[in-house]
Design a binder for this molecule. Structure first.
Ligand code: NAG
Ligand code: NAG
Ligand code: NAG
Ligand code: NAG
Ligand code: NAG
Length: 614
C-alpha cells in the first residue's frame, strides 16, 4: 500500500500541496517518502510527485520511480498476475520498465489492462508530455482529484482532507471508468484541462457512455473529458455477467424449516447437482486467497522467519459466512505455525441496564489488571460489548479452532466506546471517508477503521490479554454480497421483478462498488499503514461468478440464511464449516452496533453531520 500524490501546475504560480494531506499520505506509506518535481519548459508546466511507500516484501523500492528517459511513475498497486514479475523483482520497477518501452497509447493501455490486481497510478510520459492516471477495473485503490481554476492546478492523491474551502473546489473520487490522459502541451496552450478517457470495455461490446457519466457526476469543475475518437479502450479483465434467465426450473423438492440448518445445505448439495460449481468456486477463491496471503508472487513463505510470533495476515471478522470462508481458505495457505488475527469490532451498547450488568460481571470474573496500552474502553469485560457480530464471531472462532486446532487463531476483541469514537472520527476518520459523506459511510468508515487498527484484547480462560495486531495485510469479504445476492434488497428485487430484475441489480452493484465502498475502505484501512485485500474481487473469482447463471449463485425462493449466497454456503459446508454457513446476512453497521450508538432516526443515505469538522 502506498500513498501517491501528483500536483500539476499549469502556471508558474506558487502552489503547495496541502500539509494535512501529506500527513495523511505518510500514514499510508510510513517506510519511505520522497518527492520529485519535473518541469516542462515550452510551454511551462510542472508536476510535483510525492510517494509514500509501505514496505511489505522483498527490497524496498522507493518511489517516485524515474527512468533514464525522465518518465515518472507513482504506483499504488499489487501485481498479482498478468505481468511476469520474477521473485527478485519489484512490481513497481517492472512496471516502470515496461511503461518506459511504450510509445503509443495503445501499448500503455495494453500493459495496464494486463495487470491482475488492484492499482491506482500516475505516470508522466516525458517524450510526449502526457500525464496518465487512473484506477483498476473495480476501483480497489483510492484516487481523488481536485482542480483549482484560480491557481490553475490539478491535484491527484490517494487520500485528501476534509477542509472547508471554496464550494466549487472540492475533492472527488476519480471514477474507476478507465484510464485518463492529459496532453500537457495542449492544456497549457488552452489554459484549461481536458482529460482524454480510455474506458474499460468488454470485447465486442458497445462503448459505455463514459464521458456523459463523468461529466455529470464527478468531473472537477472547469475540466472537460473527451472520449478518444480512435476508439482505443482497455480490455476488461473479467468476462461479462451471464444474463440468462431460467427457462423452466424444476421446483427443488425441499422441506426446509424456517430456521435453516446445516443439514439443509447437505440436502441441497445432494439434489441440486451443483457440486461441480461448488468445488470450482472453492478452487478459484482458494487461489485468490493464496495470492493475497503469500509473498506474492514471490516464492513461499514457509521459510520466512516468524517475527516475534506475530501474524502476517488479519481478517476483518464478523463470524459471518464471507469472513469464515476467507479464514478457512487462509488456513490452507499460511503455514500452521503462524497465527492468523481475526479482527472483531464492537461498539458499546448504551442501555443503562447493560452497564450495571457489566460491572457485576467484571467483579465476578476478577479480571487481571491490564497493561498500559489498554484503553479505557477495552479494559471493561462486559456484556455491553456483546453485540451480534461479537457473538457470531466467538462461535466462528470455535468452528475455526475445530477446523485447525494446531493453529493459533487470535480473536481480537476490539471494543469502542462513544468518547473514543467521537475523538477519532474528528481527528482522523472524517478525513479518510471524505469525499463520501453519508450516514452509512460514517458508520462503515468508523467500524472498519477501528477494526483495522486491531487494538483490543484476546480473552482466554477468563483472562484478558492486551493485543494489537501487527499484520500488514488485511483481508476483507467485500464483494461477496454484491455478486451472490446477499443483500435484502436482492430479495425485494427478485420478488418484484424476478430473475431479470435480480440480474440488473447485480450488474449495477458491481458497477458501483468502487464509488460506494472500495475507495473509502482503502483510505480507511491504509491509514494504519496496512493494506486491504479483497479476494472476492479477484479477477478470476469475478469471471467465474460472472459466467455462472444467476440461479446457481442464489435461490431467493429459499429462506434467509440459505437462499442468498447459496453457492457460497454450499462451499462453506464443503470446506467443513458448521452453523456459520447458514447465518443470514447482517450489515456491519448493525452487527457492530455502531448504528445503535447514533441517532436511530437517520437514514443510511442521509448526509452525515458528524463527518463535518468544525
Ligand atoms: C515500516 O514502517 C512501520 C511503521 O513505522 C514499521 O513498523 C516497520 O518496521 C517498517 N518496516 C520496515 C521494513 O522498515
Ligand atoms: C486520440 O488518440 C490519438 C493517439 O494518441 C491522438 O492522436 C488523438 O488526437 C486523440 N483524439 C482526441 C480526440 O484527443
Ligand atoms: C427438469 O426435470 C426434467 C425431468 O427430470 C429434466 O429433463 C430437466 O433437465 C430439468 N430442468 C432443469 C432446468 O433442471
Ligand atoms: C450462462 O449460463 C447458461 C446456463 O448455465 C449457459 O448455458 C451459458 O453458456 C452461460 N453463458 C455464458 C456467456 O457464460
Ligand atoms: C528489478 C528491480 O528493479 N529491482 C529493484 C527493486 O528495488 C531495489 C531497491 O530500490 C533495487 O535495488 C532493485 O534494483
Amino acid at each position: 500500500m502506498c500513498g501517491i500524490f501528483c500536483l500539476l501546475r499549469l502556471a508558474a504560480a506558487q502552489l503547495d500541496g496541502d500539509k494535512t494531506v501529506h500527513e495523511h499520505l505518510k500514514r499510508r506509506g510510513p517506510n519511505c517518502s520522497q518527492d520529485l518535481t519535473v518541469t516542462g519548459t515550452n510551454p511551462f508546466y510542472q508536476c510535483v510527485f510525492s510517494a509514500h511507500v509501505l514496505h511489505l516484501r522483498g527490497l524496498l523500492t522507493p518511489q517516485p520511480v524515474q527512468d533514464n528517459a525522465g518518465n515518472v511513475l507513482v504506483w499504488n498497486g499489487e501485481v498479482f498476475g498478468g505481468l511476469p514479475v520474477m521473485p527478485e523483482e519489484n512490481d513497481t520497477a517492472v512496471l516502470s520498465q515496461r511503461l518506459s518501452a511504450c510509445n503509443d497509447p495503445s501499448e500503455i493501455l495494453s500493459i495496464l489492462s494486463s495487470v491482475r490486481g488492484p492499482w491506482a497510478f500516475v505516470y508522466y510520459q516525458r517524450a510526449r508530455d502526457y500525464l496518465w492516471f487512473g484506477r483498476d477495473f473495480f476501483g480497489r485503490r483510492s484516487l481523488l482529484w481536485k482542480f483549482d481554476p484560480e491557481e490553475n492546478g490539478l491535484t491527484l492523491t490517494s487520500v485528501a482532507a476534509h477542509t472547508s474551502g471554496p464550494a466549487q473546489i472540492v475533492w472527488q473520487e476519480v471514477p474507476a471508468v478507465g484510464v485518463f490522459r492529459i496532453d500537457l502541451k495542449a492544456v497549457t496552450d488552452a489554459g484549461s484541462v481536458t482529460f482524454e478517457v480510455y474506458p474499460w470495455a468488454h470485447a465486442g461490446n458497445d462503448l459505455p457512455s463514459t464521458c456523459n457519466e463523468i461529466k455529470l457526476e464527478s468531473l472537477p469543475s472547469s475540466c472537460t473529458a473527451v472520449m478518444n475518437q480512435t476508439g482505443l479502450v482497455l480490455a476488461s479483465p473479467v468476462c461479462p455477467l451471464n444474463t440468462s434467465i431460467p427457462k423452466l426450473l424444476n421446483e427443488t423438492e425441499l422441506h426446509l424449516n424456517s430456521h435453516p440448518s446445516v443439514e439443509d445445505l447437505d440436502q441441497l448439495l445432494g439434489c441440486t447437482g451443483s457440486k461441480n460449481e461448488v468445488n470450482s468456486l472453492i478452487d478459484v477463491l482458494s487461489e485468490a486467497v493464496r495470492r493475497r496471503v503469500q509473498c506474492l508472487p514471490f516464492g513461499d513463505q514457509d521459510n520466512s522467519p516468524l517475527i516475534n510470533g506475530q501474524a502476517a495476515v488479519a481478517i476483518l471478522f464478523s463470524g459471518g459466512i464471507d469472513s469464515m470462508i476467507l479464514a478457512a481458505l487462509a488456513d490452507r495457505h499460511i503455514p500452521t505455525h503462524q497465527p492468523i488475527d481475526l479482527l472483531n469490532v464492537a461498539f458499546k451498547l448504551q442501555d443503562p441496564s447493560t452497564k450495571v450488568e457489566s460491572t457485576k460481571k467484571h467483579k465476578k470474573h476478577n479480571n487481571k489488571p491490564t497493561d498500559s496500552t489498554m484503553t479505557g474502553a477495552n479494559s471493561q469485560k462486559s456484556s455491553s460489548f456483546d453485540v451480534p457480530d461479537r457473538i457470531t464471531g466467538k462461535a466462528g472462532l470455535k468452528e475455526l479452532q475445530d477446523l485447525n486446532p494446531e493453529r493459533r487463531w487470535n480473536f481480537v476483541e476490539i471494543n469502542v466506546a462513544q468518547e473514543e469514537l467521537q475523538k477519532m472520527r474528528q481527528e482522523r476518520i472524517c478525513h479518510l471517508v471524505h469525499p463520501l459523506d453519508t450516514v452509512l459511510d460514517d458508520s462503515i468508515g468508523c467500524a472498519v477503521w477501528f477494526a483495522a487498527r486491531g487494538a483490543g484484547f484476546i480473552a482466554e480462560d477468563n483472562d484478558q490479554t492486551c493485543f494489537t495486531s501487527s499484520a500488514k495485510v488485511i483481508l476483507t469479504g467485500i464483494g461477496a454480497d454484491e455478486q451472490l445476492a446477499g443483500y435484502s434488497r436482492h430479495r425485494v428485487r427478485f420478488k418484484t421483478s424476478g430473475h431479470e430484475g435480480l440480474i440488473q441489480e447485480l450488474a449495477m452493484e458491481l458497477g458501483r462498488i468502487s464509488s460506494r465502498n472500495l475507495g473509502r475502505d482503502d483510505r480507511v484501512i491504509a491509514d494504519h499503514g496496512k493494506e486491504a485485500r479483497f479476494p472476492y474481487l479477484d479477477e478470476d473469482v469475478v469471471s467465474f461468478l460472472n459466467a455462472l447463471p444467476v440461479w446457481e449463485k442464489a435461490d431467493l425462493s429459499l429462506p434467509r440464511g440459505v437462499g442468498e449466497k447459496l453457492l457460497l454456503r454450499l462451499a462453506a459446508k464443503q470446506l467443513g464449516l458448521g452453523p456459520s454457513a447458514v447465518l443470514p446476512k447482517r450489515a456491519m453497521q448493525f452487527g457492530s452496533r455502531i448504528a445503535k450508538l447514533e441517532n436511530s432516526r437517520e437514514k443510511a443515505s442521509d448526509k452525515c453531520k458528524r463527518l463535518l469538522t468544525g
